[in-house]
Design a protein around this ligand. Structure first.
Ligand code: TXA
Ligand code: MG
Length: 336
């Protein structure tokens, strides 16, 4: 199959709509990461997403909507607070998990009786959903397990020959995926931290953070979100997260590296521990924006090992930390 990459335009939007209406899949930009979209009502198209990504069958997909009227079609027993959060954060990087409406059946939910929904904040994506007239099921448009795509070329690298169309909407604004929450009696629980922060949510609702966000899942515990089970976001190189100050980091890396080692550092640090260093920024927003790009560059540079300066565990950095601790399979070197 030939994969066409078209810049976002009226023409490419119409082409995507035609493809999606015909039961095929297409890669589309969102403000978080690129998505691989299919008609949420078309089980055959959704099966293609799972096949193309190599995605585990039990890992459900997020449904993307362009207006609130879909909520009652897809979900039931929607808590009042959900409408308030939708009002504050949609369109945006917040995904809410609801009880699934009994009349709605879709293999996007991978057999669960819940359904995850978000309204993305990207004009191209919203226009495509509107013109399709159905919600779009869309996971990140990468091969399962690899770093999420924040640029059309990342999608092309992973899915060339496997999808008919990639719409190039430029670099994704946020660079990390949406925040996934579910509702508890008292408030909400963060199942995956993302571009909408715990601190922002806490202005409107009581927020707790699921244990699996920061720690490996206990083997006996069924995860609240199937995605928490899997190794994710990993470059081919072995990733090692290193916390501690700059001097300690440099010393550790100098003592534990060879010519195939590179580093991902913050960016305000003049002296570099090894020749090859990538910088992913100082603020949480910068780090979120660059982290997946850096992880992909590590492999392009042919590194065998990458030491990564550990981000903070608050604000958007919590999302970056969550991706990196998974990319490094929970290997964290803590230096004092
Ligand atoms: O920003 C995003 O969320 C991007 C863009 C494309 O919208 N999408 C994305 O999709 O990151 P994906 O499939 O890569 O990650 C979705 C996460 C997975 O960890 C999945 O397990 C979880 O959401 N999820 C989906 N449905 C769920 C449900 N019903 N209950 C709990 N977790 C769910
Ligand atoms: Mg993903």
């Amino acid at each position: 199959m030939i994969t066409e990459i078209l810049k976002s335009s009226l023409h490419s939007i119409d082409k995507a709509v035609e493809i999606l209406k015909s039961g095929d899949i297409a890669a589309v930009p969102t403000e978080t990461v690129y998505g691989l979209a299919a008609n949420a009502y078309d089980d055959e198209a959704i099966r293609r997403i799972f096949d193309v990504k190599g995605r585990p069958q039990d890992n459900p997909l997020i449904l993307h909507i362009d207006n609130l009227e879909y909520l009652n079609v897809l979900a039931k027993n929607i808590p009042e607070i959900a409408f308030k959060l939708a009002d504050k954060f949609w369109p945006g990087a917040l995904t809410m998990v609801f009880e699934k409406n009994d009349n709605f059946s879709s293999s996007a939910s991978a057999g669960l009786d819940t359904i995850a929904v978000r309204m993305p904040d990207n004009k191209t994506m919203l226009e495509i959903i509107k013109k399709c007239g159905f919600p779009l099921a869309a996971p990140s448009a990468n091969i399962s397990g690899s770093p999420s795509p924040t640029d059309a070329m990342h999608v092309y690298h992973d899915l060339n020959g496997k999808v008919p169309l990639i719409i190039d909407g430029g670099q994704c604004e946020c660079g990390v995926e949406s925040t996934v929450i579910c509702f508890t009696g008292a408030g909400v629980k963060i199942l995956r931290p993302g571009a909408v922060t715990a601190e922002q949510l806490a202005e409107y609702v009581q927020v707790s953070i699921d244990n699996a966000v920061l720690s490996p899942l206990d083997k006996d515990i069924k995860p609240l979100s199937p995605g928490q089970k899997y190794k994710h976001y990993s470059p081919k190189a072995k990733a090692v997260l290193v916390s501690g100050d700059y001097k300690a980091f440099n010393k550790y890396v100098e003592n534990n590296s060879d010519e195939d080692t590179i580093c991902i550092i913050f960016g305000n640090e003049a002296q570099k521990p090894v020749n090859k260093c990538l910088e992913y920024g100082i603020s949480g927003t910068e780090q979120a924006h660059s982290i997946f790009k850096c992880l992909r560059e590590v492999d392009q540079l042919g590194a065998k090992k990458v030491y990564i300066r550990c981000p903070e565990k608050r604000g958007v950095s919590l999302a970056v930390y969550n991706r990196l601790i998974r990319a490094s399979e929970f290997v964290l070197i803590e230096l004092s």
